[in-house]
Design a protein around this ligand. Structure first.
Ligand code: ADP
Ligand code: CIR
Length: 355
């Protein structure tokens, strides 16, 4: 069969990236000519192809990861390249992700910043997928509307401190969207990596946000993942934030079936989010540490990642960084939270030493 012309264009771009663009992605590292030839004609049972998986990383050769799974079946069909990327990103030799363990009964840590001087806010999120649908590159407008309906039905059953309202993006005023985004509650369509991956197709259809009145529990519908569940609040009370999220997950899994795979854990669009899918973060003022030349090495040592104040691929403002656990696969939810907690404690100690 003739190889798709568009796929060849993308592949050639990855081989000969524009000179001004740094190309160091996990895609570039692991998609060899041999693997490319082996995978270029394959199709998943959702109709997903290699092109769907690598488009973002080829258009944006400066990607960190550079590959997405076209759909849940993509993790099987394109395993030769995806498994290598997953192992590299999460720093594991084997794909034997453990069964979920949130460790609710063990969670008993004090406020990470009792003085309230350094930590602005704390947030924990997980991603979940409906097991019967593909990911953005293979979804139709109807799929997006169906999934939104399913998700919102489940969210509307939440009670007490998790009881909230669903606000579809369609029909939301520009001012409300802007305010919610600036306040770190809502997503937008400004990520060029996600755009190239098909993440904004049919925008804004099927997208929306659910939140409690106090905005401490939120759910994103059909952003990068089918579902993102978020718990957040001002200050450094990680225990309260985490416990709220676990409670919500426990309730929602009674109503919905989430896509999950032996060895990979919960399935997500981006391989960096597999496993626990958990990202626990603080917004923290660390102007001194962040200005040192070995800030990146310091983060690597503790398996934490620094992002800007408006999320991935954004800049810090006023020395405030988003510090979170980097690994999500190959450890339990409880261990991922501990990794973040230890990292944040080390960051605080170091910043104080430098002051
Ligand atoms: P995600 O966490 O969903 O992978 P992003 O890095 O894009 O994706 O962050 C999503 C949003 O969450 C952004 O608006 C970001 O500013 C906000 N955010 C992340 N961590 C915190 C935090 N600890 N406190 C407040 N807002 C946060
Ligand atoms: C990249 O490769 O840099 C982007 N595709 C983002 C990768 C990880 N982030 C994400 O999934 N949000």
């Amino acid at each position: 069969a003739a190889v798709d012309q568009e796929l060849m264009r993308l592949w050639n771009r990855l081989q000969n990236p524009p000179p001004e663009m740094h190309c160091n992605s996990l895609l570039k590292r692991h998609l060899t000519q041999e693997l490319f030839d082996d995978l270029k004609h394959k199709k998943t049972r959702f109709g997903g192809t290699l092109k769907d998986c690598i488009r973002s990383g080829c258009e944006n050769v400066d990607s960190g990861v550079g590959i997405y799974a076209c759909d849940p079946d993509g993790y099987t069909v394109f395993a030769p390249v995806l498994d290598a990327v997953i192992k590299d990103y999460h720093k594991v030799d084997k794909l034997n992700h453990p069964e979920p363990d949130f460790g609710e009964e063990k969670v008993d840590f004090p406020n990470l910043d009792p003085s309230g001087e350094m930590i602005v806010s704390t947030r924990v999120r997980v991603g979940r997928s409906h097991d019967s649908y593909g990911f953005p590159p293979v979804l139709s407008k109807e799929d997006r509307i169906d999934m939104e309906k399913k998700t919102v039905e489940a969210l509307k059953t939440l009670k007490d401190d998790l009881k909230g309202t669903y606000y579809p993006l369609e029909g939301m005023s520009k001012e409300d969207q802007k305010k919610l985004t600036e306040d770190h509650f809502l997503f937008n369509d400004s990520d060029r990596f996600l755009r190239a991956a098909g993440g904004y197709d049919d925008w804004p259809t099927g997208r929306g946000i659910f939140h409690t009145d106090d905005k401490k529990f939120l759910a994103w519908v059909n952003e990068e993942d089918h579902m993102r569940f978020i718990s957040m609040q001002m200050g450094g009370d990680l225990k309260e934030v985490y416990k709220r999220l676990v409670k919500a997950i426990r309730e929602l899994e009674k109503k919905l079936t989430f896509a999950k795979r032996d060895g990979l854990g919960y399935l997500t669009f981006c391989p960096s989010n597999l496993g626990t899918t958990l990202r626990a973060s603080v917004h923290i003022k660390i102007p001194k540490l962040a200005a040192t030349p070995d800030f990146k090495a310091f983060c690597d040592k503790y398996n934490i990642q620094a992002r800007g104040i408006h999320g991935e691929h954004t800049e810090s403002v006023g020395g405030v960084y988003d510090i979170s656990n980097k690994r999500r696969l190959g450890l339990t939810e409880y261990e991922a939270i501990l990794e973040m907690k230890n990292g944040v404690e080390a960051v605080i100690k170091k910043e104080k030493e430098l002051s």
